[in-house]
Design a protein around this ligand. Structure first.
Ligand SMILES: [Zn+2]
Length: 268
């Protein structure tokens, strides 16, 4: 079995394409028996001091993520980490948000509008238009400290208004609902790379134990039909050469052709 801890970006940000950096963390669960790779990205906005973080790690890694970010920014003394954009609000993608907001006072959180009930202060989880309750029960027992974010720290993007995100031209938000009610992907235009969260995963599979592209498990997925439609949408987007998943054992993401053939193999 290939170990993802040997990837060059394990717990540190490595530049994959100009202005796009990835770090991989390990999230242990199931009493430490399983470890899932979790990818986090940093995007530099060209001709500026501004940076965007994509996703915020699992509940076990806030300090590791904070350390990796400060080690990275040591080389960019005038940096401004302005936004953390979230692919979706499951706990393995939001765990470090409270620590990030403490550390970076002006940081704003960007997410898809239907995701608000996961984390926004004053919005009840019961208002969420469906999710896998078992997943959230797991969140409750695995991590009793819930991630609650003050509403004035959040910019929630509605479908059709994705260009309200200030850095839309560098990092275009694209609605890819299904895995959760408001899952988003982000297209890094300078490198034609799309960061898609958990629409798909690239993990070892039985019996070969070599990584293969697969759907997220149904137990974690809100609407599988929509998730498959979103995968087809990603496969058909123009200007995409590389696809980066959150749970991925590959060193440098997936070639879009492999995602296209996976999308074709999906039954509705
Ligand atoms: Zn995930």
């Amino acid at each position: 079995m290939i170990s993802f801890t040997s990837v060059p970006d394990f717990e540190k940000f490595v530049e994959i394409f100009t202005g796009l950096y990835r770090a991989t963390f390990g999230y242990s669960f199931g009493f430490g028996l399983c470890t899932l790779p979790v990818s986090i990205f940093l995007v530099h906005i060209p001709n500026s001091q501004n940076w965007v973080l994509v996703d915020a790690a699992d509940p076990g890694s806030p300090q590791k993520l904070l350390s990796a970010i400060s080690a990275h920014f040591a080389s960019f003394p005038n940096h401004n980490l302005k936004y953390v954009v979230i692919t979706h609000c499951h706990f393995d993608h939001t765990g470090a948000i409270p620590r990030l907001l403490e550390e970076y006072k002006d940081l704003k959180v960007i997410l898809g509008q239907p995701e608000l009930p996961f984390i926004a202060d004053g919005v009840q989880y019961s208002e969420l238009s469906g999710d896998t309750y078992i997943y959230q029960a797991y969140k409750h027992f695995a991590n009793p400290t819930k991630v609650i974010v003050s509403r004035d720290k959040i910019l929630a993007l509605e479908e059709g208004k994705e260009n309200e995100f200030e850095f839309f031209e560098t990092l275009e938000p694209i609605c890819t609902f299904g895995h959760t009610p408001g899952s988003m992907s982000y297209l890094h235009r300078p490198s034609n790379s799309i960061l898609i969260g958990d629409c798909m995963m690239n993990l070892p599979s039985f019996p070969s134990f070599s990584p293969s592209i697969q759907l997220a498990p149904p137990i974690t997925t809100h609407n599988m039909k929509k998730a498959k439609e979103s995968i087809k949408k990603i496969a058909e987007l123009e200007g995409v050469n590389y696809v980066f998943l959150s749970h991925d054992q590959s060193e440098k993401g997936l070639d879009v052709e492999s995602v296209r053939s996976f999308a074709k193999s999906l039954k509705p």
